[in-house]
Ligand binder design. Structure first.
Ligand code: ADP
Length: 608
């Protein structure tokens, strides 16, 4: 049979291997690993002391005092190990943040307990068997058994109480330890010279090492590098999309602009139809570009909700107008609109985003309905100063299969029904969902395949007192018909792209203005510097060498400069308008320039 000494020596060899292996690796900071390291150190000391005890009883029995001291000190090892194990159990049982908060007091408590119990153990007498079976016994040893038993019971209670919080891999070594303590206790009562407790503790440490969550630093670094690369790639994608959007918008600007002006010429009906088709196709392309831009912004968390006071009636009326224009007269569809009379006149929220969301529902209803009706219904529940808007868009269209409803909001997912011939990218609802989430609202979809669909959004907005809102509204509720003769007004258009200059000039032609052009920020500065006077400057932002913003900054350096400057940009990311206005520009026009928007700007700055 193996002697106690050789078992301990073997165990020490294995534990030392574990010790050096553990030390050779880089670790991330974790409570479990720290306690594990402490247990490992204590166990090595224990194994060494156990061998010393064995040797001292065997060879130094003449000097009983030294032998007794060595054996008693060895017993204190068990107290140290058991208490540290108890701390480990506490650390895995309570929440990490709670443990970190109380770690100091837990540590001090364990140290005091160690001191007190060790002193008691050192005082208690010990007997040594020096016959062919070498072991110790007596009150000091029994005391250790009692302490170990008490700590194990406490560990079991803690584990049972917190069983839900503990991850399975954390209690595997503990269960092993508790179960094997019983077996070891039984073996040692028959063969007291077989000191298996320390060996069992070494074994527990092996199990613990492989069960503690132990992601090594190298792996974490790799993950971090991968994350960084992914973020860079995402940024590159956003930049690319932004640049592409600009590149697509510039020629689109020319297409839409020229088509719009062509409409004012005398055209044959078929020519007019073709011009309208060009405008429709360009608008679809524009919406697609905007959708891609929006989704990439949402994914990069760059979309902001911009709240401001708005008129509910005006918002919903605009939506009806847009829907009716999109619906046209070709389809046998009745468009029903109902706005509850008690809807507050003014609300505070992101009306641009709300408009985008509802317009998407309305556009889909128009796209996916061949006959019947489309109902746009707005109700509300108001409490205190909060108004819960319940906006419903219902149609008698193709409907959506039950199993497809969950996929409805996935990006680029177009349901494989009969809609494959209908234009679309499958982006609209994905954007809608994220926007509604950002505004803390909810979307409810109900549909019967073949019969129709109902999309409802529920969104809370703050009610604005009519008096406060009136001021805002006055600015917004402008009449856009031009009343005065503008032939004496001078407008400077600044754009590096000659085609854009041509389009802008063509669009402005109807106002009978004096138009001058500059193809760079530098030329603009020269013209102003030379004392030329203008009533309005339309300034493109994205120009090489000197951007619109830089040009504007230079213009503003002259404190007497007071010409209104409207920024023109193809960078139509939402939120951009606010950024430009904050920068100091008097207004903002997105490219392709919309006729209504241009009219608004001309009216605002020139029709006085
Ligand atoms: P798109 O319309 O560009 O394909 P959306 O994200 O707006 O993208 O819609 C995703 C899909 O949901 C559509 O392709 C269509 O199959 C389905 N869908 C959306 N609205 C309706 C509706 N009112 N009726 C029937 N199907 C709809």
């Amino acid at each position: 049979m193996l002697s106690g000494f050789s078992i301990t020596l073997t165990s020490l060899t294995f534990v030392l291997v574990l010790f050096f292996y553990f030390r050779s690796k880089q670790h991330i900071e974790s409570v479990e690993l720290k306690i594990f390291e402490r247990l490992l150190n204590i166990n090595i000391i224990g194994l060494v002391m156990e061998m010393l005890c064995n040797l001292s009883i065997r060879y130094m029995s003449a000097n009983m005092l030294i032998t007794t001291i060595i054996n008693k000190l060895f017993l204190t090892y068990f107290i140290g190990f058991m208490l540290t194990l108890f701390v480990y159990v506490v650390s895995v049982c309570i929440k990490k943040e709670n443990y970190q908060k109380n770690s100091k007091s837990i540590k001090i408590g364990a140290e005091i307990a160690f001191l007190v119990l060790s002193i008691i153990d050192l005082i208690l007498p010990i007997q040594l068997s020096t016959t062919d079976k070498i072991y110790s016994y007596g009150p000091a040893v029994s005391f250790i058994y009692i302490i170990s038993f008490a700590i194990i019971v406490m560990c079991i209670c803690l584990i049972i109480k917190n069983i839900k919080n503990i991850r399975s891999q954390n209690y595997i070594p503990l269960i092993f330890y508790i179960a094997s303590s019983g077996i070891v206790g039984l073996i040692q009562s028959i063969n007291p010279e077989l000191t298996l407790s320390t060996v069992m503790e070494s074994l527990t440490l092996f199990i613990m090492y492989f069960t503690i969550e132990n992601p090594d630093v190298k792996m974490i670094k790799q993950v971090e590098a991968a994350k960084e690369a992914a973020e860079k790639a995402n940024q590159a994608k956003s930049d690319f999309l932004s640049a592409m959007s600009h590149e697509i918008r510039t020629p689109l600007n020319a297409i839409v602009g020229f088509s719009e002006s062509l409409k004012e010429e005398t055209l044959t009906p078929s020519q007019l139809e073709e011009v309208n088709d060009i405008i429709d196709a360009s608008n679809t392309l524009l919406e697609t570009v905007n959708g891609i831009l929006d989704i990439s912004k949402i994914e990069a968390n760059k979309i902001e909700i911009i709240n401001e006071t708005y008129s509910t009636e005006k918002l919903f009326r605009e939506l009806v107008k847009l829907s009716e224009a999109r619906l046209g007269d070709d389809k046998p569809i009745e468009f029903k609109y109902h706005l509850a009379e008690d809807t507050p006149k003014y609300l505070y929220g992101d009306h641009i985003r709300i408009k985008q969301v509802i317009l998407n529902f309305l556009t889909n209803a128009i796209k996916y309905t061949k006959r019947g009706y489309i109902e746009f219904d707005v109700r509300n529940i108001c409490r205190g100063n909060t108004c819960r808007l319940i906006i419903k868009v219902e149609d008698s269209g193709i409907g959506i299969k039950k199993e497809s409803i969950d996929r409805l909001f996935d990006k680029f997912d177009r349901l494989d029904n009969e809609n494959s011939t209908i234009e679309g990218t499958g982006l609209g609802l994905a954007i809608t969902k994220r926007l509604v989430e950002l505004m803390h609202g909810k979307i409810i979809v109900q549909s019967i395949y073949g019969k129709g669909s109902q999309f409802t959004i529920v969104i809370d907005q703050r009610i604005v007192n009519d008096a406060i809102a009136h001021e805002v509204e006055e600015v917004k509720e402008e009449n856009t018909t031009i009343n005065n003769d503008l032939s004496s007004k001078k407008v400077l258009i600044v754009d590096d792209n000659l085609m854009n200059l041509k389009v802008a000039a063509r669009l402005l032609k109807t106002y009978n203005l004096i138009i001058e052009q500059a193809d760079s920020g530098f030329k603009c500065l020269d013209l102003i510097g030379a004392g030329n006077k203008y009533d309005l400057i339309l300034l493109d932002d994205m120009m090489p060498k000197m951007s619109g913003k830089e040009t504007f900054k230079k213009l503003k350096e002259d404190s007497s400069f007071n010409i209104p400057v409207v920024i023109l940009t193809a960078n139509a990311i939402t939120g951009m308008k606010e950024e430009y206005l904050q920068f100091g520009f008097n207004d903002y026009l997105a490219k392709p320039i919309e006729k209504d928007e241009l009219n608004r700007v001309i009216k605002k700055f020139l029709d006085k």
